[in-house]
Write a protein that binds this ligand. Sequence first.
Ligand code: SF4
Ligand code: SF4
Length: 438
Amino acid sequence: MGQEANIQPSGVRGFDAHHPPAGELIDKCVHCGFCLPVCPTYVLWKEEMDSPRGRIYLMKMAADGAADINETWVSHFDACLGCMACMTACPSGVDYGKLIEATRAQIERRYTRSPAEIRFRRFLFSTFTRPGRLRALMLPVRLYQRTGIQAFIRRLAIPKLLPARWQVMESLLPEVPAQESIPEVIPAQGKRRYRVGLLLGCVQRVFFAQVNTATARVLSAEGCEVVAPAAQPCCGALLVHAGEEERAAQLARRMIDVFEKAQVDAVIINAAGCGSNVKEYAHLLRDDPQYAKRAEAFAAKCRDITEFLAELDTRVARHPLRLRVAYHDACHLQHAQGIRMQPRALLRGIPELELVEIPESAVCCGSAGIYNLVQPEAAAELGDRKAGNVAAVEPDVVVSGNPGCLLQLQSALARAGKDVPVRHTIELLDASIRGIRL
Ligand code: SF4
Ligand code: SF4
């Protein structure tokens, strides 16, 4: 460890020639600053270089060969949540999403991280992108929780002795459910309207298996035959957002193969981060002569579950749920996919449910893929801020459409001493259709 501390991460000047952040996208920024008040890192630190405008300026400098990709330069991009709030706010239509994705891929090729950082990231990617491995890892974790060892260790504040990142990981651990697998084909109830594919996700599949079950049940009740291929891989969202372009492309190709074989009318996603990623497969595979067109066709079929249901005529009755519900907008739904009204409309369709808005709804909760694991302090600050805003509206339950947000909200609310249940939007809809209590 002592030796590692002496190794300085190195850097080189400018970008390489493989898909650098596009000059025409960079030049669209007119430096107006409208994006600054919605950028979580600018809101926290008031540093120009930790704002979208500042980061675009840093990209421009590197593109012009005027900046080294060194530790300081990289730190401003590592601090970016990739939440895309800046894109919603930008009047000039700057596609910051494509810019940050290209920049991060450059960083991973041209910058050498410290050995400890490399090991940590390797661990995250080799675990969170492999549902089989993640599931196997959760068996001892479940034992750790169910035997009361976790509660005992927490009472003694032992997790506080761990390094910050491992502390966060321990605090984010939800109660791991029994691992249930979903049948590969679930028939439609009544006359079949569509045959749809269900993307199972990695974190969703292992930590929130009940969300996939609820999604399939709602789709089936609404007349859709649901196909959930067991062979589907991770969608690669975490890898894309971390600049691991080639590994993400390999997963994208496998995903396309699997769902082409399933022959579905639409591919339904219930995790915002996965949804925004698969909708961008055509961009990721644009240079691949075998997959570019197929990626376009696949992406055109992808729908968030709330987006799909909002377009479908309701067939089954909703039963009342007398609950005050706060809806938390996941960034990769509201900013990356522009989905804001659909989840609210579905919730408003539940009789007796009272929907309340959370203040600062455009600001990220700090989850952002692996952000809360690699940038624990900033993520915790944002989580605490979000927990305060949720608590201020005194809901019976808070709902969202992304597993990362669910984990982050659960952990931040617990830290704040607030006993507010956190659920996926589809779980409320499922409970309403079945006429059961949440
Ligand atoms: S993606 Fe989010 S954190 Fe990054 S610059 Fe844009 S608003 Fe700021
Ligand atoms: S709002 Fe758009 S154009 Fe204005 S500074 Fe931000 S990114 Fe640039």
